[in-house]
Design a protein around this ligand. Structure first.
Ligand code: BYC
Length: 326
């Protein structure tokens, strides 16, 4: 499957005007931003539409596992913080849908692709948040992985995507800290609270590492995306950075990373870690994760339930326009 996809992309690129393609590639190589009205190869447009819309869907679906705890947060302070965080994710989804729209696909089309199961969103959001400690682990690990991936995207070659990432990264950095702070409080609490924190780490560790996507050898889109500076670091490079950054944080909390093969290599200065179970990743990607069906059903219902509101907005806008024209 991977080879076929890659070849399809290459074939599409080969049909482009060579002069325009060379000028485009020179601009990208010179680290210039490509803007919506600039000429771009069709494969570049498609890859970006795919990646940015998937990213937007992830932000929106990503509200669900955390939204699950808003009404059960352990204090008013925790509730206010979580509410603000979930609201930030909605904002990220909106900037990203807007950035993707500049490439010529409407928000309606993107949302239909999500609801029909055609478009992907991050596998990580198909896991359940079973206890309050999961909210800590999600902030620490999932937002931590998101920042690791998204900080370089501030310099990605497509201007609207890069600019959206600036604000997203600032907010994600606050999210990561609030998650880690929950973990710190739980790890300094009762034995039961510490057990909950360890249990959350055990369940979220491997899925968080899977967020970076398949290994470089299996990553169909990487070669072309790296050439066009859509991706500035490979999936494996970012995953390694995540492990190197997170293991000392787990040690500080007094928690054990659930990987018996994890060890620090003094020669390379990096942690070596055990094999990722890619069959789990593939299974979640195919729609068979613990919460895939529930997540999609919830999003479709939210969309359907909001139809009257969208209609009212359009009716109001039409009325205002008619009044202005009269
Ligand atoms: N989940 O060739 P590859 C967040 C797909 S965080 C689902 O390496 P690419 C948030 C991939 O799409 C999450 N699918 O692809 C945090 C491709 O399939 P298609 C969102 C995945 O694009 C906290 C196939 O596998 N972040 O937002 O070069 C709270 C082969 O992969 C996953 C982003 O989206 C996955 N984990 O690299 C709330 C960041 N991994 O599309 C929200 C931007 C891979 O060809 N995205 N696939 O059918 C990226 O940086 C890249 O798209 C990826 C994958 C690194 C994810």
């Amino acid at each position: 499957m991977y080879t076929t996809e890659f070849e399809k992309q290459k074939k599409l690129v080969s049909t482009e005007d060579p002069e325009k393609l060379a000028a485009f590639e020179a601009r990208v190589a010179a680290d210039e931003f490509i803007e919506p009205k600039d000429w771009m190869p069709e494969a570049y447009r498609r890859t970006l539409t795919r990646q940015i819309s998937q990213h937007a869907h992830s932000e929106i679906v990503g509200m669900l596992p955390e939204g699950n705890w808003i009404s059960r947060a352990p204090s008013l302070r925790r509730k206010a913080i979580l509410l603000a965080k979930v609201q930030d994710e909605a904002g990220h989804g909106l900037y990203l849908y807007s950035a993707a729209e500049t490439l010529g696909t409407s928000r309606q089309e993107m949302i239909e692709a999500l609801h029909s199961g055609k478009a992907k969103y991050s596998t990580i959001f198909n896991y359940p948040t079973l206890t309050w400690a999961d909210i800590g682990a999600v902030g620490w690990l999932v937002d931590g992985a998101a920042i690791m991936n998204q900080v370089p995207l501030q310099r990605t070659s497509y201007g609207p995507y890069a600019r959206a990432m600036v604000r997203v990264c600032k907010e994600e950095s606050f999210h990561q800290r609030q998650g880690y702070e929950i973990m710190m409080v739980m790890c300094a609490g009762t034995a039961d609270q510490k057990r909950m924190a360890q249990d959350a780490l055990n369940r979220w560790w491997w899925p968080s590492l899977m967020m970076f996507g398949p290994s470089d050898a299996e990553s169909v889109n990487s070669a072309q995306s790296a050439q066009w500076r859509i991706k500035l670091f490979s999936n494996d490079e970012l995953r390694q950075r995540m492990v190197d950054q997170t293991v000392p944080q787990a040690e500080f909390l007094g928690l054990t990373v659930p990987d018996p093969d994890l060890k620090f290599n003094t020669d390379t200065g990096h942690y070596e870690f055990g094999a990722i179970d890619w069959s789990e990743f593939t299974n979640v990607l195919k729609g068979n994760g613990p919460c895939n069906k529930e997540r999609l059903k919830t999003r479709v219902k939210a969309w359907d339930d909001g139809a009257w509101f969208r209609e009212a907005l359009v009716a109001y806008a039409d009325k205002k326009a008619a009044r202005a024209a009269a």
